[in-house]
Design a protein around this ligand. Structure first.
Ligand SMILES: *[C@@H]1O[C@H](CO)[C@@H](O)[C@H](O)[C@H]1NC(C)=O
Ligand SMILES: [Zn+2]
Length: 430
């Protein structure tokens, strides 16, 4: 008896020691509070810039840039009083948007299907692990002879960077849809898979037209390591997972070779917008470049969409400068048609404009790189639901997946129709 309990006790001790590094150590956000600060003076701006610079207990969504700005900040539980004190002593306005982020994450759990869910149970009412998305892609490839697997490379951790091509006839111009570059933006891969599903299965004449008359290249989960990490380790992770010193991860959408490490990106390893050790230091960003080097021209890819969340924006170049893109007026017109189509679907309001005009300055992103380096005149970065000050951040309720997908499909129909009317895609004339 005694021996047995000693053995049992030892086993418990061993498992207690082993648990450090296991899944029960998943990041938690109990009582983390999301607040909106209204900056009124340049003193407020300076103060908040200092706070972002010096403390990792506050996560900023955007940066303090100017007076008369609303800034959303996630405050760690142990800093709630400190934030209140700062706000009161400096006469800022503060609104609590969400009192407890962990509750959102816990509530979302019931809408996440388990890892071993088969492809036959795939839908747009739940969120799915990488494994199910991949098996769903395999199913599409196996069942449709006009759907082909693409392999763009491997992630840092050795997962495949998988894509899928839909081509129903030769001679089409191509459209590239990049999703899941930011790990926590789960609605992005969900919309990509919906678009694939509709292009394959829809009988709606406008969707059939897009499926027949364009070739489609989809990468539903570009940052596969990061996506997996958000399911298994930390729901709010954004970057990939490559270690840099004591920290991990590069913001892949700051790692492209276009004004790399410039405005709106960081050279500090631990920040959420760390741009990497050099342009294309990360295999995931490099994979997109190598694919386009090989196929952009050969396969007539003339359109590029990058799907993100949140803020409800339909953005076009540039992010790093207020200089206008050469076809700015066309991009604006097409963007206006797209957001009108979105509004006509479920009434949601998206804004369109260049990236620096609509969101914030940013450098090294895929959209600006693609626009500047290939003959691809139609490029958009779409920030999907929710609205700019959504109290749910990236944790979009699963009930909103399908409506988001529907409005984005309609925006594609409208945008591509307008682009055609403006004379794009007549390859022979280029
Ligand atoms: C900040 O948010 C408040 C409340 O939603 C709004 O009334 C105000 O217009 C916003 N200010 C700016 C500069 O966006
Ligand atoms: Zn993003």
């Amino acid at each position: 008896m005694l021996d047995k309990s000693i053995i049992l006790l030892s086993l418990c001790l061993i498992s207690a020691v082993m648990s450090c590094g296991q899944d029960e150590n998943k990041a938690r956000y109990d009582n983390y509070r999301l607040v909106r600060l209204t900056l009124k003076t340049t003193d407020h701006v300076d103060l908040l810039q200092e706070l972002e610079e010096e403390s990792d207990s506050y996560t900023f969504y955007g940066h303090a840039l100017r007076p008369d700005q609303n800034l959303t900040v996630l405050v760690a539980a142990h800093k709630i009083y400190e934030m209140q004190d700062i706000v009161e002593r400096n006469g800022m306005d503060c609104t609590v948007l969400q009192p407890n982020i962990q509750k959102l994450i816990d509530d979302e759990d019931s809408t996440v299907k388990s890892k071993n869910t088969p492809a036959s149970e795939f839908d747009w009412d739940h969120y799915f692990h990488l494994e199910t998305i991949f098996s769903w892609m395999d199913k599409q490839i196996a069942e449709n002879d006009f759907v082909e697997a693409l392999h763009l490379g491997s992630t840092y951790e050795g997962l495949p960077i998988r894509g899928l091509k839909i081509s129903k006839k030769s001679g089409n111009t191509g459209i590239f849809v990049e999703a899941g570059i930011h790990a926590r933006e789960w609605i992005s891969p969900a919309v990509a898979t919906y678009l694939i599903d509709q292009l394959i299965h829809s009988e709606d004449p406008e969707v059939v037209d897009l499926a027949e008359n364009f070739d489609w290249y989809f990468v539903p989960v570009l940052n596969a390591d990061g996506y997996k990490y958000t399911f298994e380790k930390d729901r709010l992770w954004r970057k990939n997972t490559k270690p840099y010193g004591r920290c991990k991860g590069v913001d892949l959408n700051r790692n492209f070779d276009i004004h790399w490490s410039g405005t709106g990106s960081s050279t500090k390893k631990c920040t959420y917008d760390f741009c990497g050790s050099k342009a294309f230091s990360e295999p995931e960003a490099l994979a997109v470049k190598l694919f386009l080097d090989e196929f952009a021209n050969k396969n007539k890819i003339q359109t590029y969409f990058s799907l993100h969340s949140f803020s409800q924006l339909y953005m076009f170049p540039f992010g790093f400068t207020t200089d206008r893109a050469r076809n700015y007026d066309d991009l604006k017109k097409i963007g206006e048609k797209a957001v009108e189509a979105i509004k006509n679907t479920h009434g949601k309001i998206y804004q369109t404009g260049s990236s620096i005009e609509t969101i914030y300055p940013n450098s090294g992103d895929s959209m600006d790189f693609v626009y500047s380096n290939y003959n691809i005149p139609i490029v958009y970065t779409i920030e999907l639901r929710g609205p700019p000050e959504t109290p749910t951040l990236f944790i979009l309720p699963a009930a909103e997946i399908k409506p988001t997908c529907e409005e984005i499909l309609n925006s594609f129909i409208a945008a591509l129709k307008e682009a055609r009317q403006l004379g794009y895609y007549k390859r022979d004339e280029l």
